[in-house]
Design a protein around this ligand. Structure first.
Ligand SMILES: CC(C)(COP(=O)(O)OP(=O)(O)OC[C@H]1O[C@@H](n2cnc3c(N)ncnc32)[C@H](O)[C@@H]1OP(=O)(O)O)[C@@H](O)C(=O)NCCC(=O)NCCS
Length: 162
């Protein structure tokens, strides 16, 4: 069974290993903590994830963001980020939701089901009728994940579909 859990202290060890091993950047999904030490994860990354969800200590230019780990039984397979509202930069860029699946778990439907659960969750904290997501044109798997979750193509340019 797949389920979402917000970043939290109790699961720190598994969250740490997931974040440490997730690539630093793929298709516009960034992980600033790739290769991080456990100490830095506890003191910076996890604290940042937990406070950003409450809208506290947000760096200038950023908005509150909830980090949700997708679990399959007792294993983390995916990280979803939900931005609580769009600023100018998100409106023209990354949008409300971003996600990245650990390589060994791709192609098993987890991205699709994870986005479905995340959209459900997002509707409870983001007062919007519609959610905005962006995908690079050379990322057909992610576009498919979006379309299977009821996504429609709003616009596109040379590299990006919105
Ligand atoms: C994109 C990503 C989230 C997909 O996750 P996933 O768990 O592998 O996705 P799913 O298994 O749920 O579904 C993938 C779908 O894409 C399809 N797909 C995969 N590769 C494809 C390709 N090259 N062309 C077209 N469709 C493709 C699959 O067939 C599947 O569709 P189907 O169920 O109708 O057969 C994952 O590859 C990932 O994390 N990539 C790196 C980070 C990233 O790209 N994040 C998104 C930024 S917008």
């Amino acid at each position: 069974m797949l389920y979402l859990k917000e970043a939290n202290l109790e699961d720190a060890e598994k969250e740490y290993l997931f974040v440490r091993d997730l690539p630093p950047e793929e298709n516009g999904f960034f992980n600033d903590w790739h290769g991080i030490s456990r100490e830095e994860f506890d003191q910076k990354a996890l604290v940042q994830m937990m406070t950003a969800a409450k809208g506290e200590n947000i760096p200038s230019g950023y908005v509150p963001q909830t980090s949700l780990f997708l679990w399959k039984e007792d294993t983390i397979v995916d990280l979803f980020r939900v931005r609580h509202y769009l600023n100018e930069s998100l409106r023209n860029g990354a949008g409300h939701i971003g996600y990245g699946i650990q390589k060994e778990f791709r192609g098993k439907g987890y991205g699709t089901e994870g986005l479905r659960l995340t959209l459900q969750y997002a509707k409870s904290i983001v007062p919007e009728e519609e959610f905005y997501l962006r995908v690079n044109k050379d990322n057909p798997a992610s576009l498919r994940v979006m379309l299977k979750n009821g996504g429609v193509i709003h616009s596109e340019n040379r590299n990006i579909i919105l």
